[in-house]
Design a protein around this ligand. Structure first.
Ligand code: SF4
Ligand code: SF4
Length: 340
């Protein structure tokens, strides 16, 4: 089965399917502290019990699919390219069929790719697919934490793999690098301090969040990018010839400015063609346009002012108008400056 997963470009490890008692305790403690992700509405008890997802489940196949070859940019790596939920789901369907055909006995399977209450990271840790990093992500040996996770639940009894010990050691680079101090304890991210969460929230962004977002438009890669387990897999950052003495910025800043202007003004047809079918598309066009307007304010490039004026005066979305107005005030007050 692992060989088949390998052929599909995945890594697969196996865990037994008992309840996740330690994770349930942690989820409840975090909920009591208000550290809950606003988009995850499942009851903790359902998240920690694989049998809720597949009655009679005996084994969990934890899988990882890499996205390490993507270059950096305003959209977080995991959310670029075709929506990973669909890509991984299709691969898991193939793996599931293979498993059923080769099991020699009748079996039921269910696929989970962020689509069931099950905590994919807890499954991955139990199966030894990776270990929990202090940034809260699962670190695999082969691809670091630059992976998307999924689980195949099956009524087959498969031999489990041993879990891995944490290999973070004394490193705390991700905790130091987080611009908002969102990693409040090793392995614990406060979702309401995490910029990735805020890029996905609808409505008006709080004042403290806007400058902190820098030029991020969807998600945040910062704690992943500094992790020594990821750096060997990341392509080198593109050269940026920024000259702080110049009010207009450099050519690469101009490209960046144009890219963000394009995102802030994208029409529905462009959104459907480019981003609607990626993992960044799920919150809709105006959340991304709002974030791009904020990013322009943080980039501080005066060349964006005509676009921002246009948005403030004519955009049908009140949220986009409000954030474009904030952005042009930033640029007018501070001129050229860089984001975080
Ligand atoms: S994703 Fe960004 S904001 Fe969230 S914990 Fe990591 S570095 Fe901090
Ligand atoms: S940056 Fe260091 S502490 Fe953070 S997850 Fe990576 S190895 Fe662990």
């Amino acid at each position: 089965m692992k060989k088949k997963a390998d052929e599909l470009g995945l890594q697969a490890f196996i865990a037994e399917a008992g309840p996740f008692a330690a994770e349930l305790r942690i989820l409840r403690e975090r909920a009591a502290r208000g550290h809950t992700v606003p988009f995850v509405t499942y009851e903790p008890a359902r998240r920690a019990e694989p049998a809720f997802v597949l009655p009679g489940v005996k084994s969990l196949v934890a899988v990882a699919m890499p996205y390490h070859d993507l270059a950096g940019g305003p959209i977080a790596r995991y959310a670029r390219g075709p929506d990973y939920h669909q890509v991984l789901h299709a691969k898991l369907e193939t793996l599931s069929r293979w498993l059923e055909e080769n099991a020699g006995t009748a079996a039921r399977t269910t696929i989970a790719v962020d689509t069931t209450p099950l905590i994919d990271r807890a499954v991955a840790a139990r199966a030894g697919l990776g270990f929990y990093g202090k940034h809260g992500g699962i670190i695999t040996y082969r691809w670091g934490s630059l992976v998307t996770l999924g689980t195949l639940l099956t009524t087959l009894s498969l031999r489990p793999d041993p879990p891995l010990e944490s290999r973070c050691g004394a490193c705390d680079l991700c905790i130091q690098a987080c611009p908002t101090g969102a990693i409040v304890a090793p392995g614990e991210v406060d979702p309401l301090r995490c910029l990735s969460t805020w890029t996905q929230m609808r409505g008006s962004l709080p004042d403290w969040v806007r400058p902190a977002l820098g030029t991020r438009v969807f998600g945040c890669d910062t704690c992943q990018e500094v992790c020594p387990y990821n750096t060997p897999h990341l392509p080198p950052p593109p050269p940026r010839n920024h000259n702080p003495a110049s009010g207009a910025g450099s050519e690469s800043d101009e490209d960046h400015c144009q890219e963000l202007c394009g995102l802030a003004t994208m029409d529905e047809a462009t959104f459907q063609d480019t981003l609607a079918h990626t993992a960044a598309g799920w919150r809709g066009r105006n959340v991304l346009r709002r974030n791009a307007a904020v990013a322009l304010g943080n980039l501080g490039d005066r060349r964006a002012l005509p676009v921002l004026d246009q948005l403030v005066e004519h955009d049908p979305s009140p949220v986009v108008r409000e954030h474009a107005d904030w952005a042009r005030t930033q640029i007018r007050n501070h001129g050229k400056k860089t984001g975080l």
